[in-house]
Unconditional design. Structure first.
Length: 95
């Protein structure tokens, strides 16, 4: 799946040049938006019973990711940003 490939690219780029990391994060962001849109459409089409709860989880996940991305832009790959990209984002995907 493209989302997981993109996340692997982010993890590999954390210790590298900032522009490479930001490019990897941008690629992940694009894949995340696409993934969420497709999943939400499928949930609506199939009347998935937990779709409201799952949509709320998507909103929290995207907000958490966007906060990390803003922190990266503002301060670079700080230890907190690196930890978020390596640990928190993958945890969201396991949710």
């Amino acid at each position: 799946m493209d989302l997981f490939r993109r996340l692997s690219a982010v993890a590999a780029a954390v210790d590298g040049p900032r522009d490479v990391l930001e490019e990897a994060v941008a690629g992940f962001a694009d894949a995340l938006v696409s993934h969420v849109a497709v999943e939400e459409q499928l949930m609506d089409e199939t009347l998935y019973p937990e779709r409201v709860r799952h949509r709320s989880a998507h909103e929290l996940f995207v907000a958490d990711f966007e906060k990390l991305r803003a922190d990266l832009r503002a301060s670079g790959p700080t230890p907190a940003v690196a930890d978020g990209l390596r640990r928190r984002i993958p945890e969201w995907l396991r949710f």
